[in-house]
Design a protein around this ligand. Structure first.
Ligand code: MN
Length: 479
């Protein structure tokens, strides 16, 4: 990619500011911000984010001020650099490795909430952390362990939350190597050996599947998926260290053109091999919490090999690998516009928790009390996915009621609810919504919002909208 004039200028400014500083590796410091720049570009981030990545350590470590940055690169870049600086400041002063983690987790949560306004701050921080992990060997062992542990417990889960799969895997494996070197080496060896011994039969399976798909005139890309060391470690812990219960050591990924082809491909694979009961997962119809979509199935081949298949479209693949960053790539213009207006409206439905974060941030800034424990639960609790009659997916917290759904669609709909149909049948406003329900809200122009509805709502979002409507219209909607 060719650097724009602004990017070139940012590199100049950062190089000058960091002049004379060295990294622990002995290299000039500027190597680090430039590596962060490259990572952000690979993720497809917008120019302001890339520039902020180049400048991310200047305010903390050099004479450059936030004002200098604002003057030359504008408000948005300055905001991002400030956010990253604040994040790293929060970690200062917590030196004791044992008390450090629980503390940082809480502090980080608090900070993420405060910074929830612009999720790009977190994306820069993730790029920063990724490069620091890649070059961790230069640090003294106690620091290595600390940074690695924090990466495993805070940053990798965060990457997962944002569905940045490729980042999560790289981060977790880099970090795990330092947290438990012996175990890492053991498992790495195990995976390598397994891959070696499976290579030949895998090739045969690829050929068989390829041929069958061609016969059906399905266009496809087929590739192997390498199991990450850390995820194997976690899975083994769940299965009493019994390697025979790990069914996805060998996995193949099939990328096809559209959703119809995904299901056709699943059929082709099931006609070739015997699927294992209970191991077919339709994350296309019901995506994972973080928006991940794919069909998964585990089959037993004629030679008794156990292979997991992941079937998805190109877009689903991009999203699984790059997550939130991919959405930025697709919606860059829209998103940037909305950030300027201070709102995030074009996030994929599955990432609406970011909006929740943003609302909480507003409360914190207004000095209102926020119960962080509750919030954590709320943010990370299970969600359900329900559908509009048109098939749009809406994610809601478990236990949500029809009015929560209605207000999520639009306050105009929420304010005028007279009834609800769930899966085509008349139901009532006290009925808890279940995963996969198709929900149709019935409205009437003459209906007005009722105070009694407050008992039929569980989401803060709907409560806020209802309260606003009641305050505007007077109690029980009488004007
Ligand atoms: Mn840095």
């Amino acid at each position: 990619m060719k650097d724009s004039e602004r990017v070139k200028r940012a590199i100049e400014v950062a190089t000058k500011a960091h002049e004379g500083q060295l990294r622990k590796t002995g290299e000039p410091y500027i190597i680090h911000p430039l590596a962060v720049k490259k990572i952000l570009e690979e993720w497809g981030m917008d120019e302001d984010t890339v520039i902020a990545g180049i400048l991310h350590d200047t305010v903390e470590d050099t004479d450059l001020t936030l004002n200098d940055i604002k003057k030359e690169f504008g408000e948005s870049v300055a905001f991002l650099v400030d956010g990253v600086t604040k994040l790293s400041n929060a970690r200062n002063g917590m030196r004791d490795i044992d008390t450090y983690l629980p503390e940082t987790k809480d502090n980080f949560l608090r900070l993420m909430i405060a910074l929830g306004d612009d999720i790009r701050v977190l994306i820069i921080k993730l790029a920063d952390r990724l490069h620091n992990l890649r070059t961790l060997s230069a640090l003294p062992p106690d620091k290595q362990k600390k940074i690695a542990k924090e990466s495993l417990e805070v940053f990798a889960p965060l990457a997962d939350r944002l569905n940045m799969g490729r980042l999560r895997v790289e981060m977790a494996d880099l970090a795990f190597k330092y947290v438990d070197p012996k175990r890492y080496a053991e498992l790495k060896d195990l995976i390598d050996k397994h891959n070696k011994s499976a290579a030949r039969s895998l090739k045969k399976i690829e050929e068989e599947v390829g041929e069958a798909l061609k016969k059906e005139k399905i266009k496809f890309e087929l590739s192997g998926r390498v199991k990450s060391v850390y995820s194997l470690h976690k899975k083994l812990a769940k299965h009493n260290q019994n390697i025979n219960e790990i069914y996805d050591l060998t996995a193949l990924r099939v990328i096809v053109n559209d959703i119809t082809d995904c299901y056709l491909t699943l059929g082709v694979i099931h006609s070739l091999y015997t699927p294992m009961g209970g191991r077919i997962k339709d994350y296309i119809a019901i995506p994972k919490q973080n928006g991940y979509q794919s069909l998964h199935t585990t089959v037993i081949t004629k030679d008794k090999h156990v292979v997991e298949f992941q079937i998805r479209t190109r877009e689903m693949h991009e999203y699984a690998e790059r997550g939130l960053a991919a959405s930025f790539y697709y919606n860059e213009q829209k998103l940037t516009e909305n950030y300027k207006k201070g709102k995030i409206e074009h996030l994929p439905t599955n990432l609406l928790w970011i909006t929740e974060l943003q609302m909480t941030a507003a409360r914190l800034r207004e000095g209102k009390k926020v119960d962080l424990k509750k919030l954590k639960l709320n943010l990370f609790a299970d969600k359900i996915f329900v559908y509009t009659p048109k098939g749009d997916i809406i994610d809601l917290p478990k236990g949500s009621l029809p009015l929560d759904f209605a207000y999520r669609l639009h306050s105009e709909i929420g304010d005028h609810v007279i009834g609800v149909k769930i899966n085509g049948k008349m139901s009532n406003l006290n009925k808890k919504l279940e995963q996969g329900d198709i929900v149709e809200i019935l409205t009437s122009k003459n209906q007005t919002p009722k105070t009694s509805w407050l008992d039929k709502i569980i989401t803060p979002h709907a409560r806020q909208k209802l309260m606003r409507a009641i305050n505007k219209n007077g109690a029980d909607g009488r004007v």
